[in-house]
Design a protein around this ligand. Structure first.
Ligand code: C2E
Ligand code: MG
Ligand code: MG
Ligand code: MG
Length: 285
């Protein structure tokens, strides 16, 4: 009896594993053409100044509908695209679309308001020796000013095997006037001791620390602010969903905020960047 049950479980687990493998394989194959078959879309989410709620940047976030499987979350398909290096072509597509959308947006809203565009960049892209040159070509072709582009990188740039080429790419981009932001701060395993060697402009605190109210999360936010002050960096917090979270982060001294409280990621056409429905606050009120 027990043996039969045990064997049944083994069959069950291996079927689940086979399903997972089949799905991964189907997604990986579809990702090879995603940048040219129209299945990728870019959404944009506002990043606002903490006190004034003025929109200072739009983060480009990928959305993908796989023809065979349907909508797939970036948390699932980005790692697959990185493993297969399809992220190189996909990343180029994202940069091209994001810069071109930002330029069009600026031209059609000829106010004083000109938000930057923030683009997530994989370590696989950054370690390509041609990466900075390709960004320069995209900026030239789209007409977007270099100081209106933000490249978001993760702590993977500090990994020993990536560091040298990632640093070369980032220094070249920074030299061009592109801003570099360290995304998902607090989630990486690598050492931050090399932070001072990198041309960073801002630290972006991961949403897990913003959304949780416990003491350890607060300590990560305070740690980020301390590091940022020492290195002369801005601090941005993502995942802000409530007025209370916003007030707390503002009081702590966070510069810029992003989250559903201010606006969800949407198509650029439906995004109102001239105003947010959220009231202004004064710092240290
Ligand atoms: P990320 O760069 O840290 O982006 C922030 C994520 O938090 C986004 O998830 C966004 O939709 C979500 N978010 C923003 N505000 C809130 C909030 O108030 N509450 C909650 N619960 N979530 C919020 P998304 O769009 O699913 O993207 C997930 C991750 O996928 C991104 O994390 C980024 O690492 C990666 N990603 C997305 N687009 C690209 C891309 O074009 N290239 C690369 N390399 N990675 C990308
Ligand atoms: Mg990001
Ligand atoms: Mg993040
Ligand atoms: Mg994240």
């Amino acid at each position: 009896e027990a043996k039969r049950l045990g064997r049944g479980r083994i069959v069950f687990y291996s079927e689940v594993l086979a399903d997972i493998q089949r799905r991964r394989l189907a997604l990986s194959i579809a990702l090879a053409n995603a940048h040219k078959d129209g299945s990728l879309k870019l959404f944009f989410q506002p990043i606002v100044a903490a006190a004034s709620t003025e929109v200072v940047a739009l983060e480009a976030l990928l959305r993908w509908t796989c023809a065979e499987i349907g909508p797939v979350s970036p948390d699932e398909f980005i790692p697959l695209a990185e493993e297969s290096d399809h992220i190189i072509n996909i990343g180029k597509w994202v940069l091209q679309q994001a810069c071109s959308a930002a330029k069009t947006w600026q031209d059609t809203n000829d106010d004083h308001i000109a938000p930057k565009v923030a683009v997530n960049t994989s370590i696989r892209q950054l370690i390509q020796a041609s990466f900075a040159d390709e960004v320069q070509v995209i900026l030239k072709n789209t007409g977007l000013a270099a100081d209106h582009l933000v490249i978001e990188v993760t702590e993977s740039v500090f990994d020993e095997q990536n560091m040298q080429q990632a640093l070369i790419s980032l220094l070249a981009l920074h030299e061009m006037g592109v801003e570099i932001h360290l995304d998902d701060f607090g989630t990486g395993y690598s050492s931050l001791s090399r932070l001072h060697e990198f041309p960073m402009d801002a630290i972006k605190i991961d949403k897990s620390f913003v959304m949780s109210a416990d003491e350890k999360s607060l300590a990560v936010v305070e740690g980020a602010l301390l590091i940022a002050k020492k290195f002369g960096l801005k601090v941005i917090a993502e995942g802000v969903e409530t007025a209370q979270q916003r007030e707390k982060l503002l009081a702590l001294g966070v510069d810029e905020l992003q989250g559903y409280f201010f606006g969800k990621p949407t198509k650029l056409a439906t995004l109102s960047v001239t105003e947010t429905s959220v009231p202004k606050l004064t710092r240290n009120a």
